[in-house]
Design a binder for this molecule. Structure first.
Ligand SMILES: *Cc1c(COP(=O)(O)O)cnc(C)c1O
Length: 379
C-alpha cells in the first residue's frame, strides 16, 4: 500500500438521498502490524484505519458525509456536548462469514433505536437507511480489520454529538455523526465464566420519565460510581433496581437480565418487562425469539429481588444470565446485596444459558441457517 494519498472521490454510495459518501484515501497500516493487533485485540483498545463522519446544520440538514482517516477530532472548547452531554451512541458488530463475506447483525434495529435516542435528546435523527449506509461503508472500507479468529468480531460504534459552540441550554443547531470500528476478541477466550454482581441499593440507573430506555452517554457516566462500588466489593457488575420501589430487578449497567425457572424441556424464561426504564436490548429481543423457537415459554414481567433470592433458595430459579452485544451472554453466579448474598445454583454456567449462547453465536458467525433474516450482508 502507498503511504501518502490525498485524493478523494465521490463513491456511488449515498448517505441520505442527496448526500453522497465521499471516500478519501487513508493511510493503511501494513498487514503485519494489523495482523499483530488482530491476534489479541481485547475490547475497544485499537481502532481501524478509517472513520465515517457526517455533519448536520439546522439550516442545511445532513451534509458532507465522508470516509476519512481515523484521527483526533478538533472541537471548540465551547462544544455543547462537552458541557451538557447531548450525545448518544450505538453498538453493533460485523462478523466474518464462512464464505468470506462480512455481515452485521440486525443493524436496522440499531438504526431504529438510534432514532429513538436522538428524539429523546432533542437531536435531529440520522435516517435509518443513512445509519446503515454509514456502517456498511466503514465496514467495507476497513474489511481487512474484520478478524477471523474464533468468536472474534469487528465492534462498530456509531455516535452523534452536539458540536455547536454555545453555552446556553437548548438543543444545539450543529451535530456530528460518526462511526468508528474496533476489533474485538472473544469475550471469554478461556471458556465461559460467570460474573458476580452487586445489587445497588444506593444508586439507580433510570427513573420513569428519564433516559434509561435510550442509549445516551450520560447514563454511562452515572453508572461509573456504582460500578466502582461493586468492584471494591469484588463484584464484576452492578444490578439496578427500579427507582420507585427499589424492589424490582431492572438490568445491569449495559446488559439485560434473564432468569430460568425449572429445567430441561420445561424450563421457562423470565425477563424484566420493558417498563420505560429498561434499555430495549437487541440481544434480549433476539434471545426471546430463539428461546421460543426452542419451545421454551418466555415471559416479560416484573421480577423482584425477593423473588430472585427465594427462587434460588428453593430451586425454582435455576439459572440467571445477562446479555448484550459486547458479551453476547454472560452467566451470573454470585449475587451480593446488603440484604444478603446468594449464589445462583452451583455458581457454574447453566445449560440453557449455554445453549442460547451457542445458538445466537452460531447465527451471527454464519454457522447455521439465518432463518430470521437477522444477518445483513455488507461486503
Ligand atoms: C446497550 C445496552 C444493552 C444491550 O443492548 P444490545 O442491543 O443487546 O446490545 C442493555 N442495557 C443497557 C443499559 C445498554 O446500554
Amino acid at each position: 500500500m502507498t503511504d501518502t494519498l490525498s485524493d478523494s472521490r465521490t463513491s456511488s454510495r449515498m448517505f441520505t438521498e442527496d448526500v453522497p459518501v465521499v471516500v478519501e484515501d487513508v493511510r493503511r497500516r501494513p498487514a503485519a502490524e494489523r495482523n499483530e493487533l488482530l491476534s489479541d485485540p481485547g475490547f475497544g483498545r485499537y481502532f481501524t484505519d478509517s472513520m465515517f463522519v457526517a455533519r448536520y446544520d439546522a439550516g442545511r440538514g445532513w451534509y458532507d458525509a465522508r470516509l476519512t482517516q481515523y484521527a483526533p477530532l478538533q472541537l471548540d472548547p465551547g462544544t455543547a456536548a462537552l458541557h451538557y452531554a447531548q450525545s448518544i451512541f450505538e453498538g453493533l458488530k460485523a462478523y466474518a462469514q464462512p464464505d468470506g463475506s462480512v455481515a452485521t447483525f440486525r443493524p436496522e434495529a440499531n438504526a431504529a433505536r438510534f432514532v429513538r435516542s436522538a428524539q429523546r435528546l432533542a437531536m435531529p435523527p440520522v435516517p435509518q437507511e443513512a445509519f446503515i449506509a454509514a456502517v456498511d461503508a466503514l465496514v467495507d472500507a476497513d474489511r481487512d480489520w474484520v478478524p477471523t479468529g474464533p468468536d472474534q468480531t469487528l465492534y462498530l460504534r456509531p455516535y452523534q454529538l452536539a458540536v455547536e459552540s454555545f453555552l446556553g441550554v437548548r438543543p444545539a443547531h450543529e451535530y456530528l455523526f460518526l462511526v468508528i470500528a474496533s476489533p474485538a476478541g472473544a469475550y471469554f477466550p478461556r471458556g465461559v465464566h460467570p460474573v458476580s454482581v452487586y445489587v445497588s441499593e444506593d444508586y439507580v440507573r433510570a427513573a420513569p420519565g428519564g433516559t434509561g430506555d435510550v442509549k445516551c452517554a450520560g447514563n454511562y457516566a452515572a453508572s461509573l460510581l456504582p460500578q466502582q462500588q461493586a468492584s471494591a466489593l469484588g463484584c464484576d457488575q452492578v444490578v439496578y433496581l427500579d427507582a420507585v420501589e427499589k424492589k424490582y430487578i431492572e438490568e445491569l449497567g449495559g446488559m439485560n437480565l434473564f432468569f430460568v425457572l425449572g429445567s430441561g424441556e420445561a424450563a421457562e424464561l423470565v425477563t424484566p418487562e420493558l417498563s420505560g426504564t429498561l434499555l430495549p436490548g437487541i440481544t434480549r429481543d433476539s434471545l426471546i425469539t430463539l428461546a421460543r423457537d426452542m419451545g421454551h415459554r418466555v415471559t416479560e414481567r416484573k421480577v423482584s429481588l425477593e423473588e430472585w433470592r427465594r427462587g434460588v433458595a428453593d430451586g425454582t430459579v435455576t439459572e440467571t444470565f445477562a446479555c448484550g452485544t459486547a458479551a453476547v451472554i454472560t452467566p451470573v453466579g454470585e449475587v451480593k446485596a446488603r440484604t444478603g448474598d446468594f449464589t445462583v445454583a452451583d455458581g457454574n454456567p447453566g445449560p440453557l444459558t449455554m445453549r442460547l449462547r451457542e445458538a445466537l453465536l452460531d447465527i451471527q458467525h454464519g454457522r447455521v441457517a439465518d432463518t430470521h433474516g437477522w444477518l445483513h450482508r455488507v461486503s
